[in-house]
Design a protein around this ligand. Structure first.
Ligand code: CP
Length: 335
């Protein structure tokens, strides 16, 4: 990773080339919601990544506030646990000047049996401008978007999509490799249950990368062929010559039954350690969306090592979510 330290600040290759990037005022995002990467064009994605670059710079300043969403109300509605996505959407909204409300689903009337649609209709009556939703059911966020008036952002729906994760991953890759087109990215582990894998495959293909999926047959979707990826069932061939190694968590909360013989065996064959990382290119970079299970899918020496981008992914998450909120806000009534 090419990083220069100048008076305590870190400058990445992307920091030097701001000339060709659109400013926050010149990008038009032609969508009311962000429900998935599917449905976004390469121009939509590149526009969001370019806009995110401005927020990377802003977020490293002492004064991080803009007034873009002043007067707007953002509700974060998370039916599943989250650390990174929920907190970064909260920070993103606040830094753009929105009033942000985190709805506590565990203490809400959902616990008394209120449905997703009734919950949404109730919140809709309070006139939010943007709703950030995570739900365990694939398609739940799109269903909700059809029922309410404000903009909706998918913060992860079942095993379907997690679009802002794919955007922040792409931003991280582009900043470190200077491009996405022509790179080879290996997505490894529990592909079957992963919305991160689906969104990343769609986005990386749209921007011209080659994608491999690597994992045991039990953790690959039966219809994997229709994803247009190269399929590898061992880490040696799967990581051979790749630019990016993206590890995934074993999503045990979505598993019915036994998908791996044991954690010890899984780590032996599929866990990324320093020896397996040597199959990739010498300058390969390691990513993980988090939360990580150290010693299950990734070894600490790799997760915390010089080739890891995992902390930078978290930083890019705030910038990408600011860009998404900023872009969607341009299509709000009275914008
Ligand atoms: N990557 C991701 O979605 O993390 P959280 O579950 O902590 O939000």
């Amino acid at each position: 990773m090419q990083v220069l330290a100048i008076v305590g600040a870190y400058l990445y290759p992307a920091d030097f080339d701001m000339t060709s990037k659109p400013t926050a005022t010149s990008f038009t995002f032609p969508h009311r919601h962000l429900l998935g990467i599917e449905g976004l064009s390469a121009e939509d994605i590149t526009g969001l990544l370019d806009l995110s670059e401005e927020f990377v710079v802003l977020n490293r300043e002492v004064e991080k506030k803009r007034a873009t969403l002043r007067g707007r109300t953002q509700i974060n509605l998370f039916f599943e646990a989250s650390t990174r996505t929920q907190s970064s959407f909260e920070l993103a909204g606040k830094r753009l000047g929105a009033d942000v409300m985190n709805m506590s689903v565990s203490t809400s009337s959902v616990k008394k049996g209120e449905t997703l649609i009734d919950t949404a209709a109730t919140l809709n009556a309070m006139h939010p401008d943007v709703l950030i939703v995570r739900h365990s059911a694939s398609g739940a966020v799109e269903l909700l978007a059809r029922k309410i008036d404000c903009s909706v952002v998918n913060a992860g729906d079942g095993a379907h999509e997690h679009p802002t994760q794919a955007l922040l991953d792409a931003l991280t890759i582009r900043r470190n490799k200077g491009r996405i087109e022509g790179l080879t990215v290996a997505i490894c582990g529990d592909i079957l249950h992963s919305r991160v894998a689906r969104s990343n495959i769609l986005l990386l293909h749209r921007l011209g990368a080659q994608v491999r999926v690597v994992g045991p047959s039990t953790l690959l979707p039966r219809d994997i062929d229709r994803f247009g990826v190269d399929v590898h069932r061992d880490m040696k061939s799967g990581l051979d010559g790749v630019d990016i190694v993206m590890m995934l968590r074993l999503q045990r909360e979505r598993m019915n039954g036994s998908f791996v013989p044991s954690v010890k065996e899984y780590f032996h064959y599929w866990g990324l350690d320093e020896a397996k990382l040597r199959y990739a290119k010498p300058d390969a970079l390691v990513m993980h969306p988090g939360p990580m299970n150290r010693g299950v899918e990734i070894d600490s020496a790799v997760a915390d090592g010089a080739q890891s981008l995992i902390r930078e992914q978290v930083e890019m998450g705030v910038a990408v979510r600011m860009a998404v909120l900023d872009a969607l806000s341009r299509n709000l009534p009275n914008a």
